[in-house]
Design a protein around this ligand. Structure first.
Ligand code: MTE
Ligand code: MO
Length: 401
């Protein structure tokens, strides 16, 4: 199925990376503690703009905050996250997707997927469970993401439901299991395999996408097809998807049983993954309501006496953003920002807020999003050892001079 396996560790890969690597250093994100990732190199993976490199093998690159000024994140600036370092260049002509374990096992080519199933499009945020982990206090191990382990795109593909129904959903099926083409360099490392509860797999918004913002998926974001599970953290969004199967028991691979879990009841999640719950914990499910100021970095300068407005994006798990409020008095009072166009309930929603003509001095600005279920961002992080679901209200300080 694969044409050639391009181990990032390969000497050629390294040489290309070194040659193309701008030695530029960029401030990662405001608030990331000193000594963690104060500065990370900006480097371009083939086909990508320079992104913030947090690890190289496997590749973990985050999107600089400026790219979130638009509600849609460009494909060539979209973050890249992998668990394992053997990442094949998939040849679309040879690729196939197997759906096994049903009454009617299927093997679909890319053409079958495009021709035999109605194409649907959903605009949805893809956010790593560990986005902003670098801000966790106390500090926790893992990829030390700042604010950019996320992106928002228009995903086009076939409804997973339509594919599963054609494959014949067994009565006993409780989970759907997903595999991708990438693997570990060390055969002892467990492959990245994920499952979803059947209700989420059959949701009409869950799709097998082959287009992102009107173009084929970039290699680094799952070419030729990946799973889109709107509202849920990106751990379920299997890239380079090759196999889907029905399961009548909880899938017990490492990436379900041991990783990507949160203590039961710690977060206000309402989406349940009951077949995987233990008395102590649950797989992570939907994203928490969140927002990010994108118009200004922490410490940015602005002109005294000139009109100033700030802007950013807000999102949640698909309940929908109800409002974004801004405070310039450290959270004592809040005023409502203006929301931008509604691109759908799973999308980033832009916001803007006019700050008037501020006087010389330091101006602190906070933004807080609330969703239509009444959930809002937290003032202090809900600590958990893997550093998931960071949605602390952000505060930046502007230097008005
Ligand atoms: N095949 C495969 N799919 C994967 C992963 C992976 O390691 N391999 N990582 C998941 C995780 S944890 C995240 S955050 C998203 C990242 O998507 P992106 O690289 O397109 O930004 O992919 C998900 N799908
Ligand atoms: Mo992730």
């Amino acid at each position: 199925m694969m044409d050639r396996r391009s181990l990032l560790a390969g000497a050629a890969g390294l040489a290309t990376m070194r040659a193309s690597a701008a030695l530029a250093m960029a401030p990662v994100s405001p608030g990331v503690p000193a000594g963690v990732v104060d500065n990370a190199p900006l480097e371009a993976l083939p086909g990508k703009k320079p992104l913030i490199k947090l690890s190289y093998r496997p590749p973990n690159f985050e999107t600089p905050v400026e790219y979130f000024r638009d509600a849609i994140t460009p494909n060539d600036a979209f973050f890249v996250r992998y668990h394992l370092a053997d990442i094949p260049q998939v040849d679309a002509a040879k690729w196939s997707l197997k759906i096994g374990g049903g009454a009617n096992p299927l093997t679909l080519t890319l053409d079958d997927l495009k021709r035999d199933y109605p194409a649907v499009e959903v605009t949805a945020v893809c956010q790593c469970s560990g986005n902003r982990r670098g801000l966790s206090q106390p500090h926790v191990p893992g990829v030390e993401w700042g604010y950019g382990a996320m992106g928002n795109a228009r995903w086009k593909g076939a409804r997973l439901k339509d594919i599963l129904e054609k494959a014949g959903v067994p009565k006993e099926a409780i989970e759907i299991v997903f595999r991708g083409a990438d693997g570990a360099v060390n055969p002892k490392t467990p492959n990245f395999v994920k499952s979803l509860p059947i209700w989420k797999a059959l949701d009409e918004n869950t799709i097998v996408a082959y287009e992102m913002n009107g173009a084929p998926l970039p290699h680094w974001n799952g070419f030729p097809a990946r799973l889109i599970a709107p509202g849920w953290t990106a751990t379920y969004w299997m890239k380079h998807i090759t196999e889907i199967s029905f399961s009548d028991k909880p899938f017990d691979g490492f990436w379900m049983k041991s990783a990507y879990r949160v203590p039961l009841g710690l977060f206000p999640s309402t989406d349940r993954f009951i077949s995987q719950e233990t008395p102590a914990n649950t797989p992570i499910t939907e994203m928490m309501v969140n927002s990010l100021i994108t118009s200004h970095a922490d410490g940015a300068k602005a002109r005294a006496g000139a009109s100033l407005s700030i802007g950013g994006v807000a999102w949640d798990s698909g309940r929908g953003v109800a409002r974004v409020e801004v405070s310039t008095d450290d959270g004592k009072s809040w005023r409502e920002a203006t929301l931008g166009p509604d691109l759908g309930r799973f999308s980033f929603r832009t916001f803007s807020f006019a700050l008037g003509k501020p006087r010389r001095g330091k101006l602190s600005v906070m933004a807080r999003a609330t969703n239509k279920a009444g959930q809002t961002q937290v003032s202090t992080a809900i600590f958990n050892p893997p550093g998931y679901h960071h949605n602390v209200i952000q505060k930046i300080t502007l230097d008005i001079a």
